[in-house]
Ligand binder design. Sequence first.
Ligand SMILES: [Zn+2]
Length: 388
Amino acid sequence: MKWMITLLPLIARTLLFAGTGYHPAVPDTRNTIPVSDTGKNEITLASYRTADSVSGWQTYSLKEISFITKANKITQFSLGSSQQGRKIGAFYFPGTSKQRALVIAGVHGSELSSVEVAWQLIRQLMQDDPPYYSVIIIPSLFPDNSIKAMNDPALIGGVANIGRYTFPFSVDPNRQMPSPGEAYDENNGTDHLGRFIEKENQLLLQLIQSFRPQRIVNLHAIRNKDYGGVYADPRTDQNGIALGFSSDSSLAIRIAACIHQHGGNVEGNNLDREPTALYYKDPIPAPAGFLQKRNMTGSALNANRGSGVSLGTWGATAVGNKKDPSKNRDAMRIITIEYPGYKRPGDYTAVSQQLFQQRQVELFASAIRTIFLGPYFTENENNELAKK
Ligand SMILES: [Zn+2]
């Protein structure tokens, strides 16, 4: 019942702002939570906890990342500016270990529910004990595209997919990564197929190469709710030779099981029949020591705009360059979460659906917080997976 009471102001607020283009991604029901003012494209961090656990460096940017992690306080910073000049907000939360994780949402701006899950995670981390992993969260990587989707509320989740692409003939934002096994080169800025990498993705790549997370959650959403779930990419060495999928798969299944046990929808993981962490479009994981096939095609679009290397493929492949080993890294665990449905709770019309979806959002966020950011299947401090 207490849960109902705290939700009522959220619903009221959602209804109040419906149709105005203003929709707070985080309900401003308390003074102690961050507010994403997506209409004005500003993120403000309200006061919470004790002042000495929070950094005042809210003007910091990507260049100061080493100061932020050294200070090891909860910090809000900006990754940089989007193509239309909006700030891309990021949050750092110190963990209890030296392990590092990254959570990103909104690579596809149309998938607004995924952005909502990231904000819910931020809210939970501000109110709960620190996680095991230190984590950076980017709730909306392509804010320009998400705002496009928000500005057409009747079409959210529709086949027009408003907000997925930055401009009419742009490449899929999730298909703009460098060649597997190669580092991102700031001076070049092109992807595996030699195409220009959009600015937001370049900032993400810079962040990954300076923060060096061992694991990443990439939050997406999927229209067909039967395919929602938690998926892992098989890790390989820099030559594409499989390292073994079992621990990545187990981590994904464990996150999915946490959602499922509390009543959440992760149908795509097939937990009741034959649990799987493999996305239905991805090739089967190769046994360790064998060449891993990768899905390089994505959505069928004109001029191969849907083709290219995804974050899953690039991140799960080790980088090994003998000439410039400074950017070399091990394969990262890449967990791709597909939230069922693009709409945010407030985008549903019936109050019962809003409550159901709000609960879903909370379940996805808390599974990330407790399992993905918890001490499960941990890597060692040299950024390598512990050998079994
Ligand atoms: Zn997506």
